[in-house]
Every structure is written in C-alpha cells, then in structure tokens.
Design a protein around this ligand. Structure first.
Ligand SMILES: [Zn+2]
Ligand SMILES: [Zn+2]
Length: 153
C-alpha cells in the first residue's frame, strides 16, 4: 500500500505522549526476537525507520537504555504515565529512529518488507505477505529495501 503523506501522527495509549513524523518512513519490518516480544509484551514488534530529524515527540517521555549483545546500546523512549514504548534509537543517536508502528494513529498502510528472527516466530504466526524472511538479523543476500519500495510504490 502506498505511503501516507507526512506528517504521520501517533502516540501512547493514555494520550499523554504524542509524536509527529514529518517525512515518509524509510523502511518497515517486524521482529520476532525475545527482546521485541518483551518490549511489546506481545508476539512480535512492528517498526518503521524514520529520520531522526523528522521525529518530534511531546509529552512525559521516559528513557531507558538497554545493553545490546548484537550492537550499540539502545535508548528506549516510552510514556512515563502509561509505559507504552514509542520509539528507540541506538546510542549515540544516529540518523535513524525506530518508531513502533502500533502507536501510529493510522497504520493501515503498514506492511513489513522484512521479518527478523523468524527462528523465534510463534508457530501460529504466518509469514507476512512479501516480507523477506530472515532467520536472525541478517537478510542473507536478499534485498528488503527493494521489497519496501515495491510495497510502498
Ligand atoms: Zn501514555
Ligand atoms: Zn527484535
């Protein structure tokens, strides 16, 4: 499905935190790893990559840094009132932020271009559409970005 026109709006469950994304998302994926299960308290995470300078968040946001065995630490941003994870980025902050797709006001357009850590996927969850299937974090020669471009054209 084609990308929505910016700005994309979203927020936490209680409404205290809101955010605005001023540029089109650059990528979308789901991840089945154990950390993603925990931080979403669900079966898997769904995320979009957006430019750091395009994201503006408002409200009582708390920050927690998680050490990461597979790379730099991750700084998680969540609502101090209701605890919903809104986005995270690596430390130090780079050019991209991972926003949790489930917090978008409208995510009907979202379809993942890749699925990561499929070795952890619950048996009752089917592979998503055209998403590149990655056993762990590596796409093993596949090109998820070209899938993203096709999905969002
Ligand atoms: Zn909240
Ligand atoms: Zn994950």
């Amino acid at each position: 499905m084609s990308l929505p026109d910016p700005p994309l709006l979203g927020g936490c469950q209680c409404g205290a935190c809101r955010y605005e994304i001023a540029a089109a998302p650059l990528f979308g994926y789901v991840c089945h790893c154990l950390e993603c299960r925990r931080h979403t308290s669900s079966a898997f995470s769904a995320s979009i990559l957006v430019r750091t300078d395009a994201l503006k968040a408002m409200g009582p946001i708390s920050v927690w840094v998680r050490e990461n065995a597979n790379g730099p630490p991750l700084e998680a941003h969540f609502c101090a009132a209701c605890g919903v994870r809104l986005f995270h980025h690596s430390v130090p902050k780079g050019p991209l932020v991972r926003v949790k797709a489930g917090t978008l006001d409208d995510a009907d357009w979202f379809s993942p271009a890749a699925e990561y850590f499929t070795k952890r996927r619950f048996a009752w969850v089917s592979p998503a559409g055209e998403a590149v299937q990655c056993v762990e974090a590596d796409a093993a020669g596949a090109d998820p970005m070209s899938v993203w471009r096709r999905l969002t054209a």
